[in-house]
Ligand binder design. Structure first.
Ligand SMILES: Nc1ncnc2c1ncn2[C@@H]1O[C@H](COP(=O)(O)OP(=O)(O)OP(=O)(O)O)[C@@H](O)[C@H]1O
Ligand SMILES: [Mg+2]
Length: 457
């Protein structure tokens, strides 16, 4: 790709603010037929490699042709400004390694046939850590894979150097926000198991697709939640096609998030579907314990969740010690034992001992039937340490990217309209049905470190 000039998303917003016509302009009807991509005749899923030159100037056209049939909408930058009210700060949802995410709204005034709905618009930060390739990978995978447990990609924008993704809006934000936000009510046990089941079903779908996909970035922040807590996987920038033919694994540079990536993958770069199963085990452990996979605020023995908790998962008497105190004992004992045993297996050091995702899903299916949950009143526990945001504790998570840019430090930010620190009932909906986010994020994408604490890449 020839980059003519480097414009950051901030300057884009600034230019937008300086151009009131854009805000005032009525939504434009599409001028060209190919704005809505037409049906793809073949069922064979295409990969980034199928594009003749994934970084060429003709990419936008190539993509339209390759993804015909995906019903993806190709938006212009001008349209995105209309959708997000010029990326206004009141619509700001948060920011990860890719760039800022804004809430917006689309309807058929923008495109005939486009369902009126809220959307999340993710804009590639051109000075950030992730880049064109991850954007393209995401468009290629999510443009072609459809499932109730994968977030729906509605469209994208590829204009000059700008790269944007437009998703369905997920009212309850990420599992990370829901599980670790300090001043929200604790997620009830049954909701946690529903989320685990939904996310596992999403992974199962990927692993069992005609051309299997390894997701590679399974973690709490990439599991988004619908209003009824249906879990949907998002962020396919690191996804990979699974091994072909007799190959047992795919060889890659090690990328992923510290605390979630499987040990053998970190050691060898050999990626298999069982690496995703390990990451699933980590998230299941987070759901059981209410603790982050890596938490440098804890004593050294407890900083790495898997190291600390795994030995206790098989011992029913010790299980009590690791269960999330915010559950206040209100969980099915039988269910917790089964879930703990499942997490233990998923976290096996030997990938072959880990179950496949269909087994995981069927075990989680059974958990729904255990209703030995003690009845009790909901009590809110006031934290006795100063408030920390959801993402403050992410400062020690590491993420490794192929690009050298990944070595730069990065700051995650969240909405200035974030949640007020107030208790809510477990069923309370946030105003407007939206999930509010608090906090400053930082350092998520610092390079992955090895066990000795040294930088691996
Ligand atoms: N479809 C969506 N609906 C609602 N909120 C979303 C959606 N997609 C992303 N968000 C929110 O936007 C924020 C940034 O998300 P993003 O995926 O870019 O970063 P992240 O997952 O926090 O970090 P990472 O870069 O590791 O993926 C998060 O708070 C996330 O919950
Ligand atoms: Mg994410």
């Amino acid at each position: 790709m020839v980059v003519k000039k480097k414009i950051s998303w901030r300057s884009l917003v600034a230019s937008c603010l300086g151009d009131p016509d854009i805000i005032m302009a009525p939504p434009q009807k599409p001028k060209r037929k190919d704005d809505v991509i037409k049906k793809q005749s073949s069922f064979q899923r295409l990969s980034v490699l199928d594009l003749s030159n994934p970084s060429s100037n003709t990419l936008s056209e190539d993509l339209s042709i390759s993804l015909a049939g995906s019903d993806l909408h190709k938006f212009t930058l001008g349209e995105l400004k209309i959708i997000t009210q010029c990326f206004s700060s009141t619509n700001f949802l948060g920011e990860g390694g890719f760039g800022p995410v804004h809430k917006g709204f689309v309807d058929d005034k923008l495109r005939p046939g486009l369902k009126a709905q809220p959307v999340a618009v993710k804009l590639l930060d051109l000075e950030g850590l992730q880049g064109h390739r991850e954007w393209l990978t995401e468009v290629m995978f999510l443009g072609q894979l459809k499932h109730k447990n994968l977030v729906k990609l509605i469209g994208y924008c590829c204009e000059e150097e700008h790269r944007t993704l437009v998703y369905e809006f997920m009212p309850r934000g990420s599992l990370e926000n829901q599980l670790f936000r300090r001043y929200s009510a604790s997620l009830p046990w049954s909701t946690r198991m529903k989320i685990a089941h939904g996310a596992a079903t999403g992974l199962q779908f990927l692993h069992e697709a005609e051309n299997p996909v390894i997701y590679r970035d399974f973690k709490a922040s990439n599991i988004l939640l619908d209003s009824d807590y249906t879990a949907k996987l998002s962020d396919f920038g690191l996804a990979k096609d699974g091994p072909e033919g007799d190959d047992t694994h795919v060889s890659t540079r090690v990328m992923g998030t510290q605390g979630y990536a499987a040990p053998e993958y970190i050691m060898t770069g050999h990626l298999t579907a069982r690496s995703d199963v390990y990451s699933f085990g980590v998230v299941l452990l987070e759901l059981l314990t209410g603790r982050r996979s890596v938490d440098k605020k804890r004593s050294s023995r407890e900083q790495n969740l898997v190291d600390w908790a795994r030995p206790m998962l098989k011992d029913a008497r010790k299980l009590d010690r690791i269960m999330d105190p915010r559950l206040e004992g209100q969980y099915s004992e039988t269910g917790a034992k089964k879930a703990a045993a499942l997490a233990y297996l998923c976290l096996s050091h030997r990938p072959k001992n880990r179950p496949c995702m269909s087994t995981v899903v069927s075990i989680l299916d059974d958990l729904k039937d255990y209703n030995d949950i003690p009845m009790g009143t909901f009590t809110y526990t006031v934290p006795n340490t100063p408030e920390k945001s959801v993402s403050d504790n992410r400062e020690d998570e590491g993420r490794v990217r192929e690009s050298n840019k990944a070595r730069k430090s990065h700051h995650h930010r969240s909405s200035p309209t974030a949640n007020s620190p107030r208790t809510k009932s477990p069923t309370a909906k946030s105003p407007g049905g939206g999930n509010h986010r608090t906090t400053l994020r930082n350092g998520l994408n610092s390079p992955m470190r090895n066990e000795a604490g040294g930088e691996r890449y």
